[in-house]
Design a protein around this ligand. Structure first.
Ligand SMILES: N[C@@H](CCC(=O)N[C@@H](CS)C(=O)NCC(=O)O)C(=O)O
Length: 219
């Protein structure tokens, strides 16, 4: 059975780990047996000497332990799980199609989530700096435009549902908590509605609560 280290929504000051939710969604989607090892963000992740850092030196979630095989970084976890469960169809076998899915998973980790987090930290700073809030917001909106354009005429990022959707979808809905209006990005809103309706997504409490915050926009 896979052990998933995750910060769950309940009791967490930030409402849980959206990155951890990506692993939850993938495990649910693939019907893999797993148990959650629930971590406390403040007590188990942040301290430099926390025992969890022996498992993941970054002190962040998710991490999986598959019978002693330890893996961290949500994008790598999605890829590992999809590779181990090819019948899920969440990672294409054709090399070009597969590379495209990997491109979007890498984009989420390297560009999309950092842009969102820069905006998030600028907004939630004890004394928010107006210019930083404005510039980080603009940069994040730029990434939303890229995603919205990619989704034009498609149900999912790479056409068929894949780990690329799990990676970016679990992060996008945080926008609602930041008070963003996503109505200029109709393809994103329609895509979020599709994701929200999947039973696997409903198991990811933090993401569902973000989606609830945006329900008037998602519809
Ligand atoms: N790039 C990492 C980011 C993981 C990450 O930042 N996780 C957050 C929760 S979403 C975390 O565990 N934070 C610990 C903390 O806030 O101390 C991944 O994709 O797995």
């Amino acid at each position: 059975m896979i052990k998933l280290y995750h910060i769950q929504a309940e009791g967490d000051p930030f409402g849980g780990s959206r990155n951890g939710c990506k692993a939850v969604i993938a495990l649910e989607e693939m019907g893999i047996d797993y148990e959650v090892n629930a971590l406390d963000r403040m007590a188990d992740c942040r301290p430099a000497d926390a025992a969890y850092r022996q498992i993941n030196p970054n002190g962040v979630t998710p991490t999986i332990d598959d019978n002693g095989f330890i893996l961290w970084e949500s994008g790598a976890i999605l890829q590992y799980l999809a590779d181990a469960n090819p019948s899920s169809g969440l990672l294409p076998t054709d090399s070009k199609e597969r590379a495209k899915v990997q491109q979007w998973v890498a984009w989420e980790g390297a560009s999309f989530a950092p842009a969102l987090l820069n905006f998030f930290f600028a907004m939630t700073a004890p004394e928010p700096d107006e210019a930083t809030v404005a510039s980080t917001k603009e940069a994040f909106l730029g990434t939303l435009s890229i995603l919205n354009n990619q989704l034009a005429g498609k149900e999912y990022i790479c056409g068929d549902y894949s780990i690329a959707d799990i990676a970016s979808g679990a992060i996008t809905s945080l926008s609602f908590l930041l008070g963003l209006d996503l109505t200029p990005y109709p393809n994103i809103l329609a895509w979020l509605a599709r994701l929200r309706d999947k039973p696997s997504w409903q198991a990811a409490a933090a993401v569902m609560s973000d989606m609830d915050a945006g329900k008037e926009q998602i519809g």
